[in-house]
Design a protein around this ligand. Structure first.
Ligand SMILES: C[S@@+](CC[C@H](N)C(=O)[O-])C[C@H]1O[C@@H](n2cnc3c(N)ncnc32)[C@H](O)[C@@H]1O
Length: 278
C-alpha cells in the first residue's frame, strides 16, 4: 500500500483540496504540519493512485511537495489493533469500554460500553476520561446528568448505563454530537445530544450531576458563567494538569459553593469530584 502526500501552503489548500477530491473521491486525509503547511494524503495500491502529472495540474500555480511512502498492507488492521478495550474498576464494580470490533466480555457483572472511535475525542483510553469513569462508577445515581464536551459521548453513555436519567450531552462540534447519537443508539441507551458552545453561553444547563472533561480555560469559563437553573449537587471536573487542580477547586468553591470531595491523579492529569454543601 502506498501513501501519497501532497504538502502545500495553507493559503492554497482549499483550491487544491477541491481538485484532489475529484481525483481521489474515496477520501483524502488532512494534516496540519509543524511548519504551518497542510498535507493531504491518499492511500492505495500503486496503480490506483492519481498520477503525478494530474496532481501537479491540480495544484495549479501553487508550490507543492509530493512525498510517497510505503505503508503496511494491513494498516487498517493495525489501527484497529491500537484501539483495545479499556477496563475501569471501583470496589468490585466494573465498566469496560470497547470498540465495535472487540468482543463483549463474558463477565455478566461488567457494564459493557461500545464506543466507535470515529472522529470525536473519547475512546475511553485517555487518562482524563478514565479518571471521570472511575469517579462516575463510585457514585450512586440520583437523577439527571449533563456531559459537557461529550466527544464520542463515552461519559454520557456510561452514566445512562449506570442508571442516571435523563442524560444530556453537549459539545460545540457537530461531529461529536453525531458520534454521541450513533454511540448511544449502539448501546441502546437514551441520551439527548445537542450542539452547544460553552464559550458563548450565559449559563450552562445543569442537572444533579455535571461531568466536564475539558481543559483549564474552559473550566474557568464555566465557573464564571455558572449553571442554569442552579449548580449541580455533584460535578466531575477533569482535563486538568495536577498543578491546575487547586485553581479549579477554588474557582468552583468560591463562585458556586462546590467543595472538593475527591481528587484522583493519573500520570500528569488530575480530576476533581466537587459537591454542593446542601
Ligand atoms: C477532552 S474532550 C472530552 C471528550 C469526552 N467527554 C471524554 O471524556 O472522553 C473535550 C470535548 O470538549 C469539546 N469542547 C471544546 N470546546 C468546547 C466548547 N467551547 N463548547 C462545547 N464543547 C467544547 C471538544 O469538542 C471535545 O469533544
Amino acid at each position: 500500500m502506498i501513501r501519497l502526500a501532497i504538502r502545500l501552503a495553507a493559503a492554497d489548500a482549499e483550491i487544491v483540496l477541491a481538485e484532489l477530491i475529484e481525483l481521489a473521491p474515496s477520501g483524502v486525509e488532512e494534516n496540519e504540519m509543524p511548519d504551518g503547511r497542510i498535507e493531504y494524503a491518499v492511500y492505495g495500491a500503486a496503480g490506483e493512485l492519481p498520477a503525478l502529472p494530474d496532481l501537479e495540474a491540480a495544484a495549479g500555480g501553487a508550490l507543492v511537495e509530493i512525498v510517497t511512502s510505503e505503508v503496511a498492507d494491513d494498516w487498517d488492521q493495525q489501527w484497529k489493533a491500537f484501539h483495545k478495550p479499556v477496563a475501569i474498576e471501583h470496589c468490585g464494580s466494573r465498566l469496560r469500554v470497547r470498540p465495535p470490533w472487540a468482543e463483549a466480555s463474558a463477565a455478566p457483572s461488567q457494564v459493557d460500553l461500545v464506543i466507535d472511535p470515529g472522529q470525536a475525542f473519547g475512546t475511553g483510553a485517555h487518562a482524563t476520561t478514565r479518571l471521570c469513569l472511575k469517579m462516575l462508577l463510585a457514585l450512586e445515581p440520583r437523577g439527571g446528568c449533563v456531559d459537557l464536551g461529550c466527544g464520542t459521548g463515552v461519559l454520557a453513555i456510561a452514566a445512562a448505563k449506570l442508571g442516571w436519567e435523563p442524560v444530556s450531552a453537549l459539545d460545540h462540534e457537530l461531529e461529536s454530537v453525531a458520534a454521541t447519537i450513533d454511540n448511544a443508539s449502539a448501546n441502546s441507551v437514551t441520551v439527548t445530544a445537542e450542539r452547544f458552545d460553552l464559550r458563548r453561553a450565559a449559563a450552562v444547563p445543569a442537572a444533579p450531576l455535571v461531568m466536564a472533561n475539558l481543559l483549564l480555560p474552559l473550566l474557568l469559563d464555566l465557573a464564571r458563567s455558572g449553571f442554569d437553573p442552579h449548580p449541580p449537587q455533584l460535578m466531575i471536573a477533569s482535563g486538568l494538569l495536577i498543578e491546575q487542580a487547586d485553581q479549579v477547586a477554588e474557582a468552583f468553591s468560591l463562585s458556586h459553593g462546590l467543595c472538593e470531595q475527591d481528587r484522583r491523579i493519573s500520570g500528569e492529569w488530575a480530576a476533581l469530584l466537587l459537591a454542593s454543601e446542601l
